[in-house]
Design a protein around this ligand. Structure first.
Ligand code: PXG
Length: 288
C-alpha cells in the first residue's frame, strides 16, 4: 500500500508521522472517512467540504487547496488500485512543542490512506440490527461540537465500548438534555407513517453525508423530512428505524433497548431506501 503524506507517496512501512505531531499528542486534527464504489469516489466534494468546515472550526489551516485535496484523494486510490474501498483523510495540526499551543505548530500534515473497509456483519443488513442506549452523554456542542469530525473520538469510543460490552455493534447516544443525538459512527432515523425524523445538528448529530443522501432519497419518495428533537419513546414507537454512515451505508434497526421496532423485521421503506442508496453509490461519484 502507498500512503500519501504531505505531497509524497510512501510505502506502508515507511508511512510515519512525528511523535511531536499534535494530532497524536492532543488529538488536534480533523478527518474524513470516504468510500469508493465501482471505480468512483462517492460524494468526494461533500467530504472535502466538511473537512474544511471541521478545520475552520479548529482554526486549522489545511495546507492544500480544495481542488488539490480532491485530486490527491483520487490519485491515492489510483496508485493503490482501489476501485472499491475506504479512504481515510487526516489533517493533523502538525509538529510542535510539548504544550497545547497550536500556534507553535508551523504546518499541518495531510495524510491519505486508501484501503479496505471493515463492515458490520452482512447478516445484520438482512435481519436488522439490535442497538442500545448507553450512559455516555454526547459531547455538548459548546464543549466539543459533534459537527466537527475531529481526531478526538473518545466520546464515541467510550459509547462504543458500552455497546460492545452489551453484545451490540452500535450504541444510541443521548445529549445532555436526554434527547437522541446519534450513534457512535452513524446517524439515526425513524419513520412514522409518511414522515421521516432525524435529530438536528443542535441535538449533537454530525451532518452525515449519508444522512443527507437518505434525506434526499426519502423526499423523492414523498416522505416529509423533519429534523427535530427525538426521545427514546419516539424511537421505541417508530414504524421503522435505520442508521446511516459512510461505513454502515443504510442499515435497518429492529430492536432498541429490548423494544421491538415495528414488525421486528427491516421495514419496506428502509429496504427500498437501501436499494436506491446502492444504485446511487454504484453510478455516481468522482471517477478514479
Ligand atoms: N456520526 C458520527 C459520529 C460519525 O463518525 C457519521 C455520523 C456518519 O457520517 P457520514 O458522513 O459517514 O454519513 C459518522 C461517520 C468507521 C467509520 O470506520 C465511521 C464513519 C464513517 C466511515 C467509517 O467506523 N463515521
Amino acid at each position: 500500500m502507498k500512503v500519501f503524506i504531505d505531497g509524497k507517496f510512501y510505502d506502508e512501512a515507511k508511512a510515519k508521522i512525528s511523535v511531536f505531531d499534535h494530532g497524536l499528542l492532543y488529538g488536534d486534527g480533523v478527518f474524513e472517512g470516504i468510500r469508493a464504489y465501482n471505480g468512483r469516489v462517492f460524494r468526494l466534494k461533500e467530504h472535502i467540504d466538511r473537512l474544511f468546515c471541521s478545520a475552520k472550526a479548529l482554526l486549522l489551516d489545511i495546507p492544500m487547496s480544495h481542488e488539490a485535496l480532491m485530486k490527491a484523494t483520487v490519485e491515492t486510490c489510483r496508485r493503490n488500485k482501489v476501485t472499491e474501498g475506504y479512504i481515510r483523510l487526516v489533517v493533523t495540526r502538525g509538529v510542535g512543542t510539548l504544550g497545547l499551543n497550536p500556534f507553535r505548530c508551523p504546518k499541518g500534515s495531510v495524510i491519505i490512506i486508501a484501503g479496505k473497509i471493515q463492515l458490520y456483519p452482512p447478516a445484520l443488513y438482512k435481519k436488522g440490527m439490535e442497538i442500545v442506549t448507553v450512559a455516555t452523554t454526547r459531547n455538548l456542542h459548546n464543549a466539543l461540537n459533534p459537527a466537527i469530525k475531529s481526531l478526538n473520538y473518545l466520546n464515541n469510543i467510550l459509547a462504543k465500548i458500552e455497546a460492545l460490552n452489551a453484545g451490540m455493534e452500535e450504541a444510541i447516544m443521548l445529549n445532555a438534555d436526554g434527547y437522541v443525538a446519534e450513534c457512535t459512527g452513524d446517524n439515526i432515523f425513524i419513520i412514522k407513517g409518511d414522515r421521516l425524523f432525524t435529530p438536528p445538528l443542535y441535538a449533537g448529530a454530525l451532518y452525515g453525508i449519508t444522512r443527507g443522501v437518505a434525506i434526499d432519497l426519502a423526499r423523492e419518495k414523498g416522505f416529509t423530512v423533519e429534523e427535530t428533537n427525538l426521545t427514546r419513546y419516539d424511537l421505541y414507537n417508530a414504524d421503522e428505524c435505520f442508521l446511516t454512515g459512510t461505513g454502515a451505508e443504510v442499515i435497518p434497526v429492529v430492536k432498541i433497548d429490548g423494544r421491538t421496532i415495528g414488525s421486528g423485521k427491516p421495514g419496506a421503506s428502509t429496504k427500498d431506501l437501501i436499494k436506491r442508496y446502492h444504485a446511487l453509490t454504484n453510478s455516481t461519484g468522482e471517477p478514479i
